[in-house]
Each structure stands twice: as structure tokens, then as C-alpha cells.
Design a protein around this ligand. Sequence first.
Ligand code: SF4
Length: 402
Amino acid sequence: MKYFPIEAEPIQSFQSKDELNISVLPPLSLYIHYPWCLKKCPYCDFNSHAIKSTDNYEEKIYLESLILDLQQQLPLIWGRTINTIFIGGGTPNLISAQGMHYLLNKLRALLPLQPDAEITMEANPGAVSEENFQAYYDAGINRVSIGIQSLNNHHLQALGRIHDKNEALHTLDIVQTIFNNVNADLMYGLPQQTVEEAQYDIAKIIQSGVPHISAYQLTIEPNTWFYHHPPRIPSEENLTDIEETIHNILKEHGYNRYEISAFAQEKHQCQHNLNYWYFGDYLGIGAGAHGKLTFHNKIIRTQHKKNPKDYIDSIQKKDFMSKFQINIPKEDLTAEFMINALRLINGFDINLYEQRTGLKLTSIQQSLLLAQSKNLLIIKENKIKPTPLGINFLNNLIELFL
Ligand code: SF4
């Protein structure tokens, strides 16, 4: 068993200058945000807006703005290739077939794209047209992530979803007749949910044959309707039972947990999300979209205006670039890296920290040793890996690096 070399440099080895020294740029992804849904769900804190409540919604103007946005950001990524694309929302399957063709054709014309790039779109049942999915596939989409959440009509209603169980199962079916790479989002810890109900949901989703499942616990976020009208969620004890039941069933059926909430059959891990967790780079386009980009001497964050109308205005006026990017301070990089990488069940290569942050591993030596002594992580065979205890108490583990 190999341990971290404690005789190495002492902790105060931050470089004295503010500049970083990064020799290899990380892989690059593209995130595209589509901010509209048919209706706002009461638990949702994403940048999503009910389509009917948005003045002057026009698909054409939004898609053109996305392309203009990309064109203006291109100088930030000259010479780099895009490995994955993710169209998130919102409900991107509200985009017309014609709109999706326009978007992906323009992207391909503007960006060097890996030939086998994973191109995911999120989709919600209840806003589904079978013909559209075939058209999305023809346009170049090769992975779909479906917001199923539950297969219990009572819970779906409580979550304010627009679909019912039958629509959800139908969507799982039609999408899988077209796509091989499909994720289903499942939510648990729903208001008054029992272990048996959660067991039913996960068993049915597995039965549908999807190769990837994301299982999230319902959390009550500020700025949501649920925050102001809290539902009765299961007790801590029930939540633990529900979570263990779901994880055990997934394991029994060959879904490997590779991140806190992500479970995949072989060769179906989400490449786009893995890039986030390995602290890779991503260009963000669309209302409220974030980006993270590495240069040899700095790492920047970018963020667009959240409100779709303000976003479109700023893009059309071409004046957003000046207020749009900030350098990530050196002292924040460790936490940002760890918040992502420690979510990975199998951990990460010991060299990745230096490669991605430009900081010396010795600068976090004390935190690593402390985390080891608390049995929250292990350092073994050149890997840093959270222990099962570290995964269960991830916030405590991350705090050691703040
Ligand atoms: S469908 Fe998804 S993005 Fe849209 S409001 Fe509901 S949770 Fe939010």
C-alpha cells in the first residue's frame, strides 16, 4: 500500500506570483442552455421559465443568439477541439426539429468537434413528439437524458410534473428505439414516499432497459415554491433506507456507481459530466450558462445573464464580453477542484490536481493527511479516492480543503 509522501515539500509552497503555471490544457466541452419548460416545477431552482410566461418567446431569435454567443467566445478557445456537447435546460425537446438541425449544423461549422463526440440533450416526458426524436438523432444528437423522476402518479403530481407514469414509460420506450445511449433521472425522498414506492420506481426504470440512471434525493432549495411551502419529506431514517434500497437494486442489476448520483452499465458513463468532475474545461452558451476555461497562466469563469430576454439583448448588442469573465483566485482553486473530483467513487489520479489547477500537490498535503486520518479518503496506487465514509460525509471531506 502506497501513501502520500509526507517527507515532501512543506505546506506553504504556493507560488509567490498570482499567475498559474499550467502546461497541459484540459479537455474541452460545450454546454448549451435552453431555459424554457412548459411549466415550472415547485422544487426546481434551475434557470428555467414557463414558456407561456415569457414575453416574446421566439425559438429563432434564441437559437441565433446562441450562435452569436458562440462566435463571440471563439477567441477564448482558438485551436481547441470540443469533446462533448450537452444541451440542458429547461426542456430542450421543446426545440423544433428544424431548430435542432440549424443549431447543430452551425455548431459543426464553427467548432472542431471530435468525430465520436458525445452529444446529449435533456428531454422531459409530456413534451414529446416521436418524429422530433428521430429528427434530433438525424441532426446529430447521440445521447438523451430523460427527466422521469418517478413512476408513481401521486408523486409526479406532488412534484408538479406535467407527465404521468404512462407518458414516462412511453417516452423511455420511444427514445430507446432511436438512441442507444439514454439516461433516466430518478428522484427519491419524495413527499411521504415509502421504501416500497421507491423500490417500484427503480425496478420499473431498470426494466425499461436504460443503460444509465441518475438517482437524486429531492432537496428543498431556496427560491422554490417548495421552500416556501415545504412538503413532508421522509424522515432521515426512511431516507437512508430508501437510498440503500435504490443503490442495492442498481448494483444487483449491473449499474456501477461511478459518481455520487450516477450509475451506469459498462461503457455508458456520461463523458460530459465526467469532464466536469475531472475539472475539465467547458464553454457555456445560453441564458445563465457558466463556463470554465483554462489558459497557461490562469483559469477563468464565465457567466451569462440569467433572464432569457436580458441574455438575448446582451448577445445581440455584442457587449457582454467585458463583464462576463473573472479569473478564479488561486486560493479558490483547491476547493473548486475537490468539490468536483471527490464526487468520483473511484477517485482521481494523483497528478490530476497539479495538471488541472497549476498548484503544487504539497500545498494540500496537510488536508490530505487529515482526511486520511479521519478515514474519509485513501491515497493508494497513485490515486486519491474517497472512502465509503467520505462519500457519505462528502461535505465534511470537502470542508477539509476549503
Ligand atoms: S422540467 Fe426540469 S427544468 Fe423544467 S421546471 Fe421542471 S425541474 Fe425545472
